[in-house]
Ligand binder design. Structure first.
Ligand code: ATP
Ligand code: MG
Ligand code: FE
Length: 352
């Protein structure tokens, strides 16, 4: 089975063709990511209207280049998937409408993919990870712990009560003058920093439940920043490292609790999976790997390049859905908000 996937929910215009034949990254027959860094740089963050227009400008070329790199035409595909939410609605509409048009002219099934489900299932594209698994989804807009029982079957154990973790990385980067996107910049700066120099709060650590909070940590970083001596260049690195360690400790504590619940509810489950853009972070992966080992689980994560937004994850989620007959009608409306645990399997739709 070969599926074209389209991702336009934020500031990456991306497309990919994936197959379920073979194994590992070889299943990605071609993929293209056109980031919009220059377009948004003057504003210090993503401007929704500029993103939507840029997707409109780039998407046709991105799809053409992807199909050409795979050496395939529309007629060689089995289906077309696009992110249909949640995300910046203008961009989501550009991607979903393009996918619908391609589906109409090629008479291929259309899959409206939940962007969070795409993050959640990506690990199964490159690794052999069976259901059920415990998922820590850490991205630019989300921070959740879920039990993934199957395609479209998610049980939420916890979520952030304020900021998403990627947002905290991006704000910290801004405070430290490290630019956008913040996560990779903070990780680079932290590599030569002392994580113990600044004593920052460990939000939620020791509290019951599996919820997260990052706004207090953000405030602590802001206060530490304000107290820095202007000639202390090393302080930027030390503060980045201290922040990253505080996040890793907080995520690890929440995952320990979730792992207890997971093992009780799903005794056959073997994996802790981490996904979403922040899952690219090496220090966080290391902390989670220790948690998983202590809980008798294996840590699984997509390769770093598949953690941040890309077309392959959307194509793969579409493929998993098509295998179950979960096809969507062409009047499926793009959704700005679309919680994952409400993404129940929809009735199979015969043809388009
Ligand atoms: P969502 O998936 O919640 O809709 P999004 O699609 O905008 O949000 P992703 O692309 O999944 O988010 O992830 C982007 C986020 O990941 C950004 O906040 C970015 O700073 C963060 N990020 C990327 N790489 C790293 C890294 N190495 N360390 C920490 N954070 C990172
Ligand atoms: Mg992005
Ligand atoms: Fe994302």
């Amino acid at each position: 089975m070969r599926i074209l996937g389209i991702e336009t929910s934020c500031d990456e215009t991306a497309a990919a063709v994936v197959t379920d034949a073979g194994a590992g990254s070889a299943r990605i027959l071609a993929h293209t990511v056109r980031a919009q860094l220059a377009e948004h740089a003057p504003y210090g963050g993503v401007v929704p209207e500029i993103a939507a227009r840029a997707h409109l400008d780039f998407l046709d070329d991105v799809i053409r280049a992807t199909l050409a790199a795979a050496g395939l035409g529309l007629g060689d595909l089995d289906g077309i998937a696009a992110t249909a939410g949640p995300g910046l609605i203008g961009g989501v509409m550009v991607g979903a409408t393009t996918a619908k048009a391609l589906s109409l002219v090629s008479r291929l099934p259309f899959m409206a993919v939940n962007h969070l489900e795409a993050h959640a299932l990506t690990v199964r594209l490159t690794d052999d990870v069976p259901f059920p698994y415990l998922l820590l989804l850490i991205s630019g807009g989300h921070c959740q712990l879920l039990i993934v029982e199957g395609v479209g079957r998610y049980v939420r154990l916890g979520t952030t009560i304020d900021d998403a973790v990627g947002e905290a990385f991006d704000k910290t980067a801004k405070l430290l003058g490290l630019g956008h996107p913040g996560g990779p910049a903070v990780e680079r700066a932290a590599a030569s920093g002392d994580p113990e120099r600044f004593s920052l709060p460990r939000p939620m650590v020791g509290r019951p439940g599996c919820d997260f909070s990052f706004s207090g940590l953000k405030t602590a970083v802001r206060q530490a920043c304000a107290g820095l001596a202007p000639d202390d260049g090393q302080a930027i690195h030390d503060l980045a490292a201290s922040f990253q360690q505080a996040v890793a400790d907080s995520l690890a504590d929440r995952c320990r609790r979730a792992a207890d619940i997971f093992r009780e509810r799903c005794p056959g489950g073997r994996h802790l999976v981490v996904a979403g853009g922040v899952a690219a972070n090496g220090a966080i992966r290391a902390a989670l790997s220790a948690v998983a080992a202590r809980a008798g689980l294996a840590l699984a994560a997509p390769p770093p390049a598949l953690c941040t937004d890309n077309g392959a994850m959307v194509a793969w989620a579409g493929l998993e859905r098509l295998r179950l007959g979960l096809v969507d009608p062409l009047d499926f409306a793009a959704r700005p908000r679309w919680p994952l645990d409400a993404a129940a399997p929809k009735a199979a739709f015969a043809g388009v």
